[in-house]
Design a protein around this ligand. Sequence first.
Ligand code: GLA
Length: 398
Amino acid sequence: MTYEIGRRRERITEAFEASYGTAPTVWVRAPGRVDLMGSHTDYNQGFVLTLPIRRDTWIAARPRSDRLVRVRSLNVEGESCFVLDAIQHDPVHPWANYVRGVAAVLQAEGLPLVGFDGIVHSTVPISSGLSSSAALEVATAVLFRTLGGWEIDPLRLALLCQRAENEFVGMNCGILDQYTSLLGQEGCALLLDCRALSHKTIPLPNSLSVVICDTRSRRELTGSEYGQRRAQCEEGVRILARFLPGITALRDVSLEQFQAHEAALPRVVARRCRFVIEENERVLRLAQALMADNHEAVRHLMAASYEGARDLYEISSPEMAAMIEAMEGAPGVVGARQAGAGFGGCMVALVEPERVPDFAEFVRRKYRATTGIEPEIYPEGAGAGAGPLAEPGAEESR
Ligand code: GLA
């Protein structure tokens, strides 16, 4: 999965020439993301502290004069081919539905699309909670924008990518992933307000490094469990609105208000709502703690987030439990929690920079001894938001 910087462009060019007989003329990239705080708060119109990462998805392309799109991936087998005038689902290459979905949605918006031959290559691990899907959607959208020569407000483009995932792919995600990938800024976390659809940048203190701890396990149930969690939150809002007229999302409910009416909710719904309300509060507190470089607060907030994810939102897994135990006991750790939707995948730690190698070694050994699985542990930094790829030599991605 890790490629030498210079080799990556070379490998893609070689594959492009082998597939299409010419060299690519347009290059775009879009990053994955990791959430430092704010699990499942986005579709509750809440807050997320989110970080665009350096791992990203590239598309190298060459425009065509007809309405055909031919696209291959270096990560997954096969070529997907479609005509822009009749965009259907690809039942054989599910990954290509992110490309097709974005094309369908942009076109339905009246944006002029140009056909292309393309090669996709991603260093964002697939289905691991770091938004490989959004990175592909956003890279596709930026490619169509570049080829079509039109301009568009980045927020509108992020919302269109989300619509592609909701309506074409059929995953009812919130706005977190697409927003972060498009509007991320190098070196900063974003304190994202999912109702206002705006953010403040929060620089990460030098005293902390972000380390991704990939459990290398995934429950395939994510889609259905995700939809169920969403429905439970919505049910909670419907019931709470009887007592708190005017609320439209859990974002509107304070912990005090929730506690006063908690008994009216089915128990499982109450657990879900409590988690979201508390997690929202933790996002704002973590942003403050990072700005104040308050490690004790960081530790406490991240631990509480994982406990809530495990006991209230119930999105942990045996592998995540083994990983958090390893992370929390490791040298140099300041804070550790889940990332993405949960149910396996990646977790995230904030670690004292000079102790990252010791941390990684300890976690690797301990997690492997408990689960028998070889995890992937690697430091990450805040990468830039999506756009055209910098000229050769200036790439910052792996
Ligand atoms: C997935 C979704 C996001 C968000 C997270 C959980 O990544 O795509 O919209 O809901 O899960 O926070």
